[in-house]
Design a binder for this molecule. Structure first.
Ligand code: DGY
Length: 320
């Protein structure tokens, strides 16, 4: 009998072909992993799981006694209860090193869209409101030569800094757990304490991973510190921001606008007030979602899985 693997919300299923000689692969898409009976049944024998944003919690681990590895098809791994996995001898892996430029393009893209009001003005044209010369009601704000504050200067943060510095002559402030000397040297990024960054930036771009320390990292106090003309960009995870505080800040015009790729609940609910603001650009967590990059991520996730199941150390092991 073949060993069992689960693929969960794993889009490029053709990359699983190479596993099929050795393993039985069960594919699950858009199910509720804590209640779906077929998924719960499959967990009993599964030795590996490859997929996107599966909540790997106590309950799941208890239902999967043979599990050896969870291979995340993403860089972020806030969905993995990594300490508990380690205690139970379950490996966790992610897909770094292949998506940084793609994600930086997307996040810089929504920053530009928000500053230049591209989605709003797209609607202005398509809804027949472009009737004459543009008035101040359609004017936007410049990006070039402004100050960009990046919170979380890892690889994606640095790739955003590169675009901002080399392409847009922006001044860059950054806040991070550790100094990033490479970004300082290459992109003239200046290390800043959080409050100074919030007070001085024209664009505040949040790129930190979601951890216990960064949950609700940006809330009422932080929005109050930002300039009234600031645009807030979130390319990290929805839970790093207190969404109610963001909505209040937008209502009270404490900031000028926001560009969001991530939300507390994904997919975002249609009654979320964030969807009512014309000055909020929203995208559906598109950071890494290009054909080229998703393929590289899927292949890497499958390689990590295979290594873990064949007694090798996966290249992108997360467990300490
Ligand atoms: C990542 O890789 O973490 C992206 O946000 C996709 O989930």
């Amino acid at each position: 009998m073949k060993r069992k693997i689960i693929a969960y919300n794993f889009e490029l299923t053709e990359t699983l072909e190479k596993l099929k000689n050795q393993f039985e692969v069960e594919i699950f898409d858009s199910i509720n992993p804590s209640t779906d009976p077929a998924f719960i049944e499959a967990l009993k024998d599964a030795e590996g799981i490859v997929g996107l944003a599966l909540p790997v919690n106590q309950e799941l681990l208890e239902r999967a006694p043979k599990l050896k590895i969870v291979s995340n098809n993403s860089t972020g791994y806030n969905n993995l209860l990594i300490n508990e996995m380690t205690k139970r001898g379950v490996m966790g892996t992610n897909t770094p090193g292949v998506l940084e430029d793609t994600t930086a393009d997307a996040i810089f893209g929504i920053l530009l869209a928000s500053a230049r009001r591209i989605t709003e003005l797209d609607y202005f044209v398509k809804s027949g409101n472009w009737k004459g010369h543009l008035t101040t009601a359609e004017y936007a704000i410049d990006v070039h030569h402004k100050t960009l504050g990046i919170i979380g200067m890892g690889k994606i943060g640095s790739a955003i800094a590169k675009r901002a510095h080399l392409g847009f002559d922006m001044n860059i402030l950054y806040h991070n757990r550790n100094r990033n000397l490479e970004a300082e040297g290459k992109y003239n990024a200046a290390y800043s304490d959080l409050d100074t960054l919030l007070k001085e930036s024209d664009f505040v771009c949040l790129m930190t991973p979601l951890t216990q320390e960064t949950e609700n990292f940006i809330g009422k106090r932080e929005f109050e510190l930002m300039k009234k003309s600031a645009i807030f960009v979130n390319g990290s995870r929805g839970k790093t921001v207190n969404e109610a505080a963001l909505i209040e800040a937008l209502k009270n015009k404490e900031i000028q606008g926001a560009a969001l790729d991530v939300y507390q609940i994904e997919p975002i609910k249609m009654d979320n007030p964030l969807l009512q603001f014309p000055n909020v650009v929203t995208t559906p967590h598109i950071g890494s979602s290009t054909y080229e990059t998703e393929r590289k991520m899927a292949e890497l996730a499958v390689e990590n899985l295979l290594a873990g199941l064949t007694g090798k150390r996966p290249n992108n092991l997360i467990n300490p």
